[in-house]
Design a protein around this ligand. Structure first.
Ligand SMILES: CC(C)(COP(=O)(O)OP(=O)(O)OC[C@H]1O[C@@H](n2cnc3c(N)ncnc32)[C@H](O)[C@@H]1OP(=O)(O)O)[C@@H](O)C(=O)NCCC(=O)NCCS
Length: 211
């Protein structure tokens, strides 16, 4: 008999019904960086606010974000404080993305627990000058094994405005599948998901970030 993957096993043991549950306390492993070929990801720190405002305040970058762009650096600081709070509570959050070679901040990516929806949401965002180089796919795909392997999350979701073609393509490359249309945080959205059982352990190992 073909054996089940370890992610599927953990999902079955937990009795989870695909609502984005975390099946293990995060304190067993505390990860503070994710490294990929071209990128370093780490939790936001308060000193990141000014550089982050350049992206969170950019109306084009934030066009498909329900909140719209930040209009002051105070708004970005409040956003980063929420990310830090989330990091303390869950061990993961939206993290800053740094260009590995220059150590320059270029975006953010990570997981947020959307309590209201019972989902763990994968997000990604880059400064415009870094679009079109495969970097969002590189950052977001590094989170998949971290979510399933480190945090034993059984299902990731992502919601995207139907006009956000680049983002939809990133999720398709990560093998997320469409669940349907929904209004999420007031935004007309396509809901995507990826279950731990949809990804084989071998695949996860091959795409695992360097640690
Ligand atoms: C979405 C975003 C993160 C993509 O970043 P990126 O680094 O350019 O993404 P990648 O290069 O990894 O992949 C983008 C894919 O979309 C494709 N794409 C981009 N624009 C496209 C368009 N207008 N039509 C069709 N395909 C398009 C690219 O060709 C690429 O696919 P490919 O590798 O098959 O050629 C970036 O555009 C961004 O930061 N947007 C603003 C923030 C945002 O919307 N975040 C997502 C919220 S859900």
């Amino acid at each position: 008999m073909k054996s089940r993957g370890r992610y599927q096993d953990s999902r079955l043991r937990s009795g989870a019904q695909g609502r984005g549950q975390i099946n293990k306390p995060f304190r067993e492993q505390v990860r503070t960086t994710i490294e990929t070929r071209r990128l370093i990801l780490r939790p936001f720190e308060s000193g990141d606010a000014e550089a982050a405002f350049a992206r969170f305040g950019d109306a084009i970058v934030m066009r498909f974000t329900p909140t719209g762009p930040d209009t002051s650096i105070e708004q970005t600081k409040a956003r980063l404080a929420k990310y830090e709070e989330h990091q303390t509570a869950h061990g993961f959050s939206r993290w800053i993305i740094l260009d590995r070679q220059l150590a320059r901040p270029i975006g953010d990516s990570g997981l947020l627990a959307l309590q209201e929806y019972g989902r763990i949401d994968l997000g990604f965002r880059l400064a415009q000058s870094y679009w079109g180089k495969g970097l969002a796919t590189e950052a977001a795909s590094a989170w998949v094994p971290v979510a399933f392997d480190d945090f034993h999350i059984d299902r990731l979701t992502a919601f995207v405005h139907p006009g956000n073609v680049a983002s939809i393509r990133v999720l398709e490359k990560l093998r997320f599948h469409t669940e349907g249309r929904e209004t999420i945080m007031g935004m007309n959205s396509i809901l995507f998901s990826l279950g731990a059982q949809d990804v084989s352990p071998v695949e996860v190992r091959l795409t695992s970030p360097m640690i």
